[in-house]
Design a protein around this ligand. Structure first.
Ligand SMILES: NC(=O)c1ccc[n+]([C@@H]2O[C@H](COP(=O)([O-])OP(=O)(O)OC[C@H]3O[C@@H](n4cnc5c(N)ncnc54)[C@H](OP(=O)(O)O)[C@@H]3O)[C@@H](O)[C@H]2O)c1
Length: 373
């Protein structure tokens, strides 16, 4: 059940409203009294008025219809994920975030409902994603400029189109741009169950690059290991399995990795560093444990490790929008060919709160929650 339903007074058009006899929650019906051609339908959105814990500050609101101007496109949203960065934006701890009140969500897929009079690149019925990803995808209708939207093939499963612009793109970019890798090389990563981690495994495999994967200890660990190995993981270790003197003795025939990915921090980052070869590089792109990365003095002096960071938003802001659309098309082709997959759970919009609780980790490890509108 949704936590709260409120009504925002329509500002931009004449309307009539009446209270529902049995609707509860003070819900109001809006009857539009204007030509629908140039207006969006009213939208339902998950918004937050202040920063704070997402499960207390988010609420469902009804947003009035807005005008679809000549260069704008009205999109009926189909699906949008709940990503860790969405949670951080609501908490107010993400460096780039909209000022509240704001609609949550940052990526997703929708179907074009109507277009403004000057729009030439899109037509009603097209499937589109905001590319680069942008604010406010947790709502049923969005009106934005034509150039915000990137058309995608309709044959792609909706949940993949909804999730392709952030995590799979991050995996692809980190593999292609951080350190030159050749077939036969190896990478090591923690957070291997994450969407980024699952993509790293498959994209590395497709280039003949071995992956060594670190996951948290959990119930049902063998199923998780099997799932990752089915995606192409060479080795999967829990953190406790790596409490040995020489982790490299566990590598068998896999070469020592030149590149490591860290999205966890704390002990899990130290384990990535332990696997790295002389002169190796660890790229930090997330901090799921909220613990700092600690590097031993000897790792710097005797192993000469390099530490770097990666942030998709920064990469996209350096004039890479067009290039990123090409990469997204490439990733969606891999999805269509069955060469890229990852675990997701579709959650009905009406049950947003339950999906949010799962995304917040309240029920333990869960697949990526994707809201279906
Ligand atoms: N820098 C960038 O540009 C960029 C771009 C995309 C994503 N990211 C970051 O990449 C990371 C993964 O994102 P995603 O969307 O792929 O993740 P996701 O699919 O939502 O999965 C969450 C991952 O975090 C792990 N996790 C959750 N809480 C944890 C904790 N307290 N300690 C350790 N691990 C924990 C989960 O492990 P379990 O399976 O054990 O629960 C799972 O692997 C996030 O930190 C995200 O912010 C960064």
């Amino acid at each position: 059940m949704l936590r709260q339903l409120v009504m925002h007074a329509p500002r931009l058009f004449n309307y009539t409203s009446r209270r529902l006899a049995h609707g509860g929650c003070g819900q109001i019906l809006i009857t539009r009294a204007y030509s629908s051609a140039a207006m969006s339908p009213p939208s339902k959105a998950i918004v937050y008025d202040v920063h704070g814990p997402p499960d207390t500050v988010t609420k469902l609101v009804e947003v009035p219809a807005v005008e679809v101007k000549e260069k704008e496109v009205c999109v009926k949203m189909l699906a949008a994920p709940i990503n860790p960065s969405d949670i951080n934006r609501i908490q107010g701890v993400y460096p780039v975030r909209p000022n509240p009140p704001a609609v949550g969500g940052h990526e997703g897929v929708g179907e074009v409902l109507s277009v403004g009079s000057s729009v030439t690149s899109l037509s009603p019925g097209d499937w589109v994603i905001p590319s680069p990803p942008s604010f406010g995808t947790w709502q049923t209708y969005i009106v934005k400029n034509e150039n915000v939207w990137h058309k995608v093939q309709k044959g792609v499963p909706m949940e993949y189109a909804a999730t392709i612009t952030i995590n799979p793109l991050t995996a692809l970019l980190m593999l292609e741009h951080c350190v030159a890798l050749n077939s036969g090389d190896a990478i090591v990563q923690n957070g291997a169950t994450s969407m980024v981690g699952q993509c790293v495994i498959q994209l590395a495999k497709s280039r003949g690059i071995h992956s060594i994967n670190i996951i948290r200890d959990r119930p049902g660990v063998n199923e998780v290991k099997e799932m990752l190995k089915n995606l192409g993981a060479d080795e999967v270790f829990t953190e406790s399995e790596l409490e040995v003197k020489n982790v490299k003795s566990l590598l068998g025939g896999i070469p020592e990795p030149a590149l490591g990915f860290n999205c966890v921090g704390g002990n899990a980052a130290s384990l990535v560093l332990k696997f790295l070869r002389q002169g190796g590089t660890m790229v930090t792109y997330g901090g799921m444990s909220k613990k700092p990365v600690t590097v031993s003095t000897s790792s710097f002096i005797f192993k000469d490790v390099s530490l770097r960071g990666f942030w998709l938003q920064k990469w996209l802001s350096t004039d890479k929008a067009e290039e990123s659309r090409g990469m997204i098309d490439r990733l969606l082709s891999l999805v269509q060919e069955g060469k890229l997959k990852y675990k997701m759970e579709l959650a009905p919009f009406d049950d947003f709160s339950a999906a949010l609780d799962k995304a917040l980790g309240k029920l333990g490890s869960q697949p990526k929650q994707v809201i279906k509108f």
